[in-house]
Design a protein around this ligand. Structure first.
Ligand code: SF4
Length: 165
């Protein structure tokens, strides 16, 4: 998997101060996407051992609430296995940190696909493609009104979508 950036102190991509991993690759091509330079899977650089070390060191800081996976598309078929393994490892190493993930897929698409096991390791899922006609600048953590900020643990427990706020 390639990535564009490890952002070490973000306050715009989820609750609290967060580390953000901006991965490369997205085949969804939403009109009006803010990050088209990340669409190419080969853009950016390889997420190698050094990058992982850098990410974990950033996450280890006491003021960091957690990590957000964004992009690009973390659940792109070429990225999803590595993202799941990374999220699993983060949960084991940093049990007090939370994990957010932005995806162009809907909850339903993920839940009924083979990639549903990603839900075991993340706390908050921001789902759905960006729809330019539904753009809303007042939304706190997403760009268009169709997207949902989902409390994953509660949703799995209740067997229905429970929003984060
Ligand atoms: S899913 Fe995200 S990265 Fe991909 S095109 Fe849509 S807004 Fe851009």
């Amino acid at each position: 998997m390639n990535y564009h950036k490890i952002e070490k102190t973000s306050i715009a991509n989820g609750e609290g101060i967060r580390v953000v991993l901006w991965v490369s690759g997205c085949s969804l091509h939403c009109r009006g996407c803010q990050n088209p330079k990340t669409w190419d899977l080969n853009s950016g650089r390889l997420f190698d051992k050094e990058a992982k070390k850098e990410l974990f060191e950033a996450l280890d800081k006491p003021y960091i609430q957690g990590i957000t996976f964004s992009g690009g598309h973390p659940l792109e078929p070429e990225n999803v296995e590595e993202v799941i393994n990374l999220a699993k490892e983060i949960k084991e190493k940093f049990p007090t940190k939370d994990i957010w993930l932005y995806t162009g897929y809907s909850w339903e698409e993920i839940y009924y696909k083979q990639i549903s096991r990603v839900l075991l390791y993340i706390d908050v899922l921001v789902d759905g493609k960006y729809i330019d006609e539904q753009r809303d600048l007042t939304l706190k953590w997403c760009g268009s009104r169709n997207q949902r900020v989902i409390n994953v643990k509660e949703s799995l427990k209740e067997n229905k979508i429970v929003l984060y706020n």
